[in-house]
Write a protein that binds this ligand. Structure first.
Ligand code: 5GP
Length: 198
């Protein structure tokens, strides 16, 4: 039987690319004081590592979205605590797929008076885009496999995986949501998060 899971981006490759993105963004920022806004919950591991390479004058905040309907409509479930009007915003997303989330949020923040909104996504599924939204910085371009790890989840799990895996057959996860955990750590009946995160 073919393996339904494959590691597509390992830890070292992730670390190198995230550091490169940080350096590139920092260079472009010049003396701008950005508010780095992470979209909960998927952006957390990426933002944590990216922020280490951003200027110390950056501020960090988060917002959470509620998705409804099949057309990807979003509303804000948890807002930022820093007022964003007149500010330069770096919007941080784990993965851009159709582009609906990023596009809606970008417009929302500009309508609220943000000075400028730049976007950074760790992973970009370019071919699946249905709305045109600028992804100013993208870590990796990928195909349309379902990805897990480093912020990306299946039913809330696997966000704390250190590297990125693709699920080639989603029915395996539908049957057993812990199938990838058992694949990576076959020695653990219930894999400990401790072995998956540093
Ligand atoms: P978009 O609005 O661009 O279609 O979707 C973005 C959101 O869809 C991401 O923030 C993420 O929550 C979810 N998503 C899209 N593709 C994947 C994927 O391959 N894996 C996971 N875990 N989530 C995905």
């Amino acid at each position: 039987m073919t393996d339904p899971f494959v590691e597509v981006i390992d830890e070292a490759t992730l670390a190198d690319r995230v550091a490169q993105l940080g350096a590139e963004i920092t260079k472009d920022l010049g003396d701008i004081e950005p508010v780095v806004v992470g979209i909960l919950r998927g952006s957390v591991p990426f933002l944590r590592d990216l922020a280490k390479g951003l200027p110390l004058r950056s501020e960090i905040d988060f917002l959470a979205l509620t998705r409804f309907g099949y057309d990807g409509k979003v509303s804000i479930a948890m807002d930022t605590s820093i007022p964003l009007d007149g500010r330069f915003i770096l919007l941080v997303e784990d993965i851009v797929d159709t582009g609906l989330t990023l596009s809606t949020l970008r417009k929302m923040l500009l309508a609220r008076g943000a000075l400028e909104v730049k976007t950074v996504a760790l992973v970009d599924k370019v071919k699946r885009r249905i709305v045109d939204v600028p992804v100013d910085y993208a870590g990796f371009e990928v195909g349309d496999e379902y990805l897990l790890g480093y912020g990306m989840d299946w039913q809330g799990k696997y966000r704390n995986l250190r590297s990125i895996w693709a699920a080639l057959d989603l029915s395996v996860l539908q049957k057993d949501p812990l199938a990838l955990a058992h694949r990576i750590f076959p020695e653990h009946a219930v894999p400990a998060g401790r072995s998956a995160v540093r």
